[in-house]
Design a protein around this ligand. Structure first.
Ligand SMILES: Cc1cc2nc3c(=O)[nH]c(=O)nc-3n(C[C@H](O)[C@H](O)[C@H](O)COP(=O)(O)OP(=O)(O)OC[C@H]3O[C@@H](n4cnc5c(N)ncnc54)[C@H](O)[C@@H]3O)c2cc1C
Length: 333
């Protein structure tokens, strides 16, 4: 009989891992602090994931009707800097829909899902996987997101940057556009709730965009905000197997965080199956997973960390305007 895997955190990492493990006959219990469906701070633009990864995890069908996006325009302040066509399309679907589809699939497959269940870390406990997202940290960033309708855009993904951050707009389902940004926290901004989004855009020099967004229809309940996290490798908790954002957060401009969530589940999968079937001990499985995660992600995490500050630096604008796209993408995938 197989050993049970207990997953803490039902975002993309936890749900896709739970589905893949169940498809391989492993008994899985998943604890999610929140409930489904729900809006999350995320650009909802999945860049760099392969069909093989989605198929290995058994989740390709949940993204079958995702938008395929290729065109990108980049604005600095209110000025168009560059236009590009991505070499491979990115997938776009709201997290409201995607996470809900994944949890339904997981339940159908027999994953025992406990919503409204917030677990504590239990380092060293065999069979426990931590996929609870970013680890709390004193961070300088705030992430803001809302779905808006009635806005026309110049490309599948419009990116707007400035000295304090950036925001991307991309169409998701049902005529909605997702507007999601990351900004350096500014304590002088006094706006509250949804007004924060336009206040940060104005402060960032994106006045034309702030006006377009303010005039659009906002989807009820879709405004979300998150702060208190750091980018890059997250604090390591000895004895705890952390995957997805709990392991490392790549800067959002890469559009690669969800891909890393799926890929970390894919990386862990064979080792967790081997543990569940009794052919590998828990410490052996964890060690192999951690080694492979470092190998798979270290180049892109380092490159993204080096590139990220350049997005805000006025002196780096020529680089932002002229840097060739393909080599850049190769660095952050
Ligand atoms: C501003 C911003 C924009 C982004 N844009 C993009 C983008 O365009 N493209 C892209 O690919 N990525 C983007 N990302 C990154 C992407 O959202 C994440 O990489 C991805 O959500 C990681 O998935 P995860 O499952 O690891 O974590 P999460 O999606 O955060 O899921 C963690 C889950 O764990 C639950 N949880 C937390 N604590 C507990 C607990 N103690 N017990 C039980 N459950 C718990 C939470 O409720 C949550 O459901 C963006 C991120 C930010 C901040």
């Amino acid at each position: 009989m197989s050993k049970t895997i207990t997953i803490t955190g039902g975002g993309l990492t936890g749900l896709s891992l739970a589905i893949a493990l169940r498809k391989n006959g492993v008994t899985v219990a998943l604890h999610e602090a929140g409930s489904y469906p729900r809006h999350r701070v995320c650009g909802e633009f999945i860049s760099g994931v392969s069909r093989e990864t989605l198929e290995t995890l058994g989740i390709a069908e949940t993204l079958a009707d995702a938008h395929l996006h290729r065109s990108v325009t980049w604005f600095s302040g209110d000025k168009l800097l560059r236009e590009n066509i991505l070499p491979k399309p990115a997938l776009a679907l709201s997290r409201h829909l995607l996470d809900d589809r994944l949890q339904k699939l997981a339940i159908d497959l027999g994953v025992e899902i406990h919503t409204g269940s917030r677990l504590k870390m239990n380092p060293g406990q065999a069979g426990e996987v931590w996929t609870a997202g970013r680890k709390p940290a004193k961070g300088e960033w705030i992430g803001l997101k809302a779905h808006i309708r009635g806005i026309s855009t110049t490309a599948h993904l419009e990116m707007h940057s400035g000295p304090r951050g950036y925001l991307g707009i991309t169409p998701v389902e049902d005529g909605w556009h997702n507007a999601c940004g990351l900004f350096r926290i500014d304590k002088t901004i006094t706006a509250r709730h949804a007004d924060l989004l336009t206040a940060y855009l104005l402060k960032n020099g994106n006045a034309a965009l702030a006006r377009r967004i303010a005039a659009a229809e906002w989807r009820e309940g879709s405004f979300t905000a998150v702060a208190g996290f750091s980018l890059g490798l997250q604090a390591h908790t000895p004895g705890l197997l952390s995957l997805g954002d709990s392991h490392a957060i790549i800067p959002p401009f890469t559009g690669n965080g969800m891909t890393m969530a799926f890929q970390s589940a894919e990386t862990a999968l064979p080792h967790l199956i081997a543990y569940a079937n009794g052919s590998r001990s828990w410490p052996e499985a964890c060690e192999a997973i951690q080694r492979q995660l470092a190998k798979r992600f270290s180049k892109r995490l380092t490159s993204a960390k080096l590139l990220h500050p350049l997005l805000f630096h006025p002196a780096a604008k020529p680089l932002l305007k002229h840097a060739p796209l393909r080599p850049l993408l190769n660095l952050i995938r």
